[in-house]
Design a protein around this ligand. Structure first.
Ligand code: CDP
Ligand code: MG
Length: 677
C-alpha cells in the first residue's frame, strides 16, 4: 500500500495492560471447554506461582507484570490463600479501579473456589457489599480502590490484611495513586504487610523504585518485579509517509486497503470517541466488497480492557479523548488529544494476540517520535482533587504538599481544592479537618459538595429531599435520551418531562420523579412499573439504582442526626407535580443545595448568556435540563457539574436567590473583590 512505509518492526513486542471487567471478561475459547481446575492451570501465571510466592517471602513489595488474561487478578489471591497468607483470620484485599470489575472478579473467584460469594470470597464497592458478617471469615476481598481508602479511615494500618494487591495499577487512577502514598506509610509501620502491584511493563520499574525505600529504622523496604510471559506474537509497525489531514477518513481508507491487499484477519480501529466511531463505520461499510472480514471500531477500552481474539491488524490514528480539569475555572473538559507512546505500544500489541500482526499508525514516524508524550498524564494531574484531599485530611494528613505522590498534582489544583474545602467549612484556617462537619462529610461516599448538602440538610429541615437529590445525582439522569432524532422524539421527551418539571429546575424535578416512581413501584407489579417508566420516558434502571443508593445514604444520614431528633427524617412539605412553581416549601431544599454548590453558581448576563459568578466563564444549560426547556431563564442558578463537549454545558441546574450565595458562602465570594453576586 503506497502511503505506508515500514517503521520499526516489533519482535518481542510484549506490553501488557491488565484486564478489567468494564466489558465482561471473555473466556479464552480454547480453554472454556475445560473444567475450572484445568482452565486455571492453563493460564500463563500458573507457571509462576511458586516464584511468585517465593518473591513475596523475600520482598515486601512485588510488582507483577503480565498480559491481559494471564491470570493476575483471579489467580494471585487464590495462590496466597492456599499458601497460608489468610490463616488466622487475616485476609487478602485486591483493589479494582471499577466497581463492576470488583464484583465480577469476586464472583469468578468464588466460582473457581467452589464457595458461595459473600463467604470466603467477597466484595465491597460504594453502596454495595457482599462479605461475611462473621469476623475473619472472608479471606479474599475485592474492593474498589476508593473503598480501600475509606477503610483506612476506620483502620489506618489496614490491620486485617496480610497482603494488599493494587490491581490495574497502570491505569493510574487518582485513588490508586493515593493508595501508593498511603501504603508506603503503612509499610513503614507494619513489617508483616506485603504489597502486590499488578501492572503493565512500562510502569513496573517506577512502581518498584517507589516502594523500595527505607523504613523508620532505616531498614530497606525491598521490592521486586515478576514478569509473566504471555503469548504475544511480533507486530510490524507502519507509519504514514505524509501526515493525514483527516484521521477519520484515513482510518477508513487504511481499513479498506488492508481488506483489499492483506491476508485474512480482523481489523481493530481505534477512535477517540463515539462520534468518530459512527462516522468511520459509515465510511468503512459503504463500498462493502465480497469476502468477510470483521472490522471493530473501538475507543480506548479495546486498548486494555477487552480481549479480542482474531485481530491481526490495528489501525491507530494515535488520538484519544480524555477528561482534563482546569483548576483556574473549575471546569472539566473532554479533550481529544494525541495518545501517549505507551498507549500506542499497547494498541499495537492488540494485533499480536493470536498470530503475527500489523499496526498502521496514521502519523508519520517523525511526528510520532516528536509529538507523542511518553505516557498519559495520570488522573491525579488532571482531575478535581477536593474529594481526595478531604479523605486525606480525614486520615490525619496535615501537610498535603509533602504527601508522597507518585506523580505530584499541580500547586494550583491543590490550592483550588483546599479553598473549596475551606469555603464548605470542611477544613479550618490551619487546614485541619473540622469536627463534626468536615469529618462527617468525609465519611459520606459523595463529592464534598453533595456531602455538605446532606450533612447540612438536618439544619435546613429537609433530610428526606437531600437524600433523594444526592441519590438521583449519583445515577445517570432519570430521563431517557430521546429515541431517534428529529422534532417528534424531542417533543415526546418534552411532554414527558413536563409531567414532573418545576420552574425551580432539575433538582426539585428529580424529587418529583423519584416520589412518583416510588408511589408507582409500591403500588403495582414489576411489569406495570416498567410500562409506566416507558410511558414517561424514564430510565427504569437509573431509578431503581437511585432508590437503592438512597437507602444506603439514609443509613449514613442517620449516623449524623442531631442528638435531639426523633426517628422521622425531616421532610419539607410535599410539592406539586407539573409545571407550576413548587412554591415556598421547596425553598429550604434549594438553600440547602446552595450551601454545597455555591461554587457552581452562574448569573444571567445582559447579553443573555450565563456566566459563572466568580470566574465569568460562559455556560449553556445542557439540553437535558428542564430549565433549557421550560419557563423563562432565571437570574441566578447553581448547577451540579459542567461538561465541555461542543461547548460548556451546565448539568442539573436550579434557580436560586443570589442572597443565599452571600449568606451561605461569604468567604468564597468575598475573597475576590468585584465578583460578588
Ligand atoms: O488479571 P488478568 O488480566 O491477568 O487475568 P484474569 O482477570 O485473572 O483472567 C484470567 C482468565 O480467567 C481469563 O482469561 C478468563 O478466561 C477467566 N475469567 C473469567 O472467565 N471470568 C472473569 N470474570 C474473569 C476471568
Ligand atoms: Mg486483571
Amino acid at each position: 500500500m503506497a502511503f505506508w512505509k515500514p517503521g520499526t518492526a516489533g519482535p518481542g513486542f510484549v506490553q501488557e495492560r491488565g484486564g478489567d471487567a468494564e466489558a465482561p471478561v471473555l473466556v479464552d475459547p480454547k480453554l472454556s471447554h475445560l473444567p475450572l481446575s484445568k482452565q486455571r492451570q492453563a493460564l500463563p501465571i500458573y507457571q509462576y506461582h511458586r516464584s511468585l510466592l517465593y518473591a513475596l517471602e523475600t520482598h515486601r513489595t512485588l510488582v507483577i507484570v503480565g498480559e491481559t488474561g494471564s491470570g493476575k487478578t483471579t489467580q494471585v489471591p487464590q495462590y496466597l490463600h492456599q499458601a497460608g497468607w489468610t490463616a488466622g483470620g487475616r485476609a487478602v484485599v485486591c483493589t479494582q479501579p471499577r466497581r463492576v470489575a470488583a464484583v465480577t472478579v469476586a464472583a469468578r473467584v468464588a466460582q473457581e473456589m467452589g464457595v458461595e460469594l459473600g463467604e470466603e470470597v467477597g466484595y465491597a464497592v460504594r453502596f454495595d457489599e457482599k462479605c461475611s458478617k462473621e469476623v475473619g471469615r472472608t479471606a479474599l476481598k475485592f474492593v474498589t480502590d476508593g473503598l480501600l481508602i475509606r477503610e483506612m479511615m476506620l483502620d489506618p494500618l489496614l490491620s486485617r490484611y496480610s497482603v494488599v494487591m493494587l490491581d490495574e495499577a497502570h491505569e493510574r487512577t487518582v485513588h490508586n495513586d493515593i493508595l501508593f502514598g498511603l501504603l508506603k506509610k503503612v509499610m513503614r509501620q507494619r513489617s508483616d504487610l506485603r504489597l502486590i502491584v499488578a501492572s503493565a511493563t512500562l510502569d513496573a520499574e517506577e512502581f518498584r523504585d517507589f516502594f523500595e525505600t527505607a523504613d523508620k529504622e532505616g531498614d530497606k523496604l525491598t521490592a521486586t518485579i515478576l514478569s509473566v510471559q504471555g503469548r504475544q506474537h511480533p507486530v510490524d509497525i507502519l507509519y504514514l509517509e505524509a501526515p493525514a489531514d483527516n484521521y477519520v477518513r484515513a482510518a477508513a481508507e487504511a481499513a479498506l486497503s488492508i481488506h483489499e491487499t492483506e491476508p485474512p484477519g480482523d481489523i481493530l480501529i481505534f477512535m477517540p470517541g463515539a462520534e468518530e466511531i459512527d462516522t468511520v463505520q459509515m465510511a468503512v461499510f459503504e463500498p462493502a466488497k465480497p469476502g468477510i472480514r470483521k472490522v471493530i471500531v473501538a475507543t480506548n477500552v479495546a486498548e486494555t480492557s477487552i480481549t479480542l481474539d482474531g485481530v491481526k491488524y490495528v489501525v491507530d490514528p494515535c488520538f484519544v479523548r480524555l477528561p482534563f480539569y482546569d483548576p483556574a475555572t473549575g471546569v472539566e473538559s473532554l479533550v481529544t488529544t494525541v495518545t501517549s507512546k505507551a498507549s500506542a505500544t499497547q494498541r499495537a500489541g492488540r494485533a499480536g494476540r493470536t498470530s503475527p500482526g500489523k499496526c498502521l499508525r496514521l502519523v508519520t514516524e517523525t511526528d510520532f517520535n516528536s509529538l507523542l508524550p511518553a505516557r498519559t498524564p495520570p488522573e491525579v494531574q488532571r482531575t478535581d482533587l477536593s474529594g481526595t484531599l478531604l479523605l486525606l485530611k480525614a486520615l490525619g494528613l496535615h501537610d498535603i504538599v509533602r504527601f508522597d505522590f507518585l506523580s505530584p498534582p499541580t500547586a494550583e489544583a491543590l490550592a483550588r481544592a483546599l479553598e473549596l474545602l475551606y469555603s464548605l467549612g470542611a477544613i479550618d484556617d490551619s487546614a485541619d479537618i473540622t469536627r463534626p462537619l468536615g469529618a462527617s462529610m468525609a465519611e459520606l461516599p459523595l463529592s464534598p459538595q453533595l456531602a455538605k448538602v446532606l450533612v447540612a440538610s438536618w439544619r435546613f429541615g429537609c433530610v428526606a429531599e437531600a437524600l433523594t437529590v444526592a441519590a438521583m445525582l449519583s445515577v445517570r439522569g432519570p430521563f431517557e435520551r430521546p429515541r431517534g432524532v428529529g422534532a417528534e422524539a424531542k417533543q415526546r421527551q418534552r411532554s414527558a418531562m413536563a409531567a414532573f418539571a418545576t420552574l425551580e429546575g432539575d433538582h426539585i424535578t428529580y424529587i418529583n420523579v423519584y416520589n412518583a416512581y416510588c408511589d408507582e413501584a409500591d403500588g403495582g407489579s414489576v411489569d406495570e412499573l416498567r410500562e409506566w417508566c416507558a410511558e414517561h420516558c424514564l430510565d427504569a434502571r437509573s431509578l431503581r439504582r437511585a432508590r437503592e443508593i438512597r437507602g444506603q445514604l439514609e443509613r449514613y444520614a442517620r449516623l449524623h442526626a442531631p442528638p435531639d431528633h426523633d426517628n422521622d427524617l425531616p421532610v419539607s412539605k410535599q410539592q406539586l407535580r407539573g409545571l407550576p412553581s413548587a412554591g415556598s416549601d421547596m425553598k429550604a431544599v434549594l438553600r440547602c443545595l446552595v450551601s454545597g454548590f455555591f461554587s457552581n453558581a452562574a448569573r444571567l448576563s445582559s447579553d443573555g448568556r450565563y456566566r459563572t459568578v466568580r470566574e465569568g466563564t460562559v455556560l449553556t444549560f445542557h439540553p437535558s435540563s428542564v430549565l433549557a426547556q421550560f419557563g423563562s431563564p432565571p437570574e441566578y442558578v447553581v448547577y451540579h457539574e459542567v461538561v465541555r463537549t461542543t461547548q460548556l454545558f451546565a448539568r442539573d441546574v436550579s434557580a436560586v436567590d443570589p442572597r443565599w450565595l452571600l449568606e451561605l458562602a461569604p468567604h468564597f465570594f468575598a475573597t475576590r473583590g468585584g465578583h460578588q453576586p
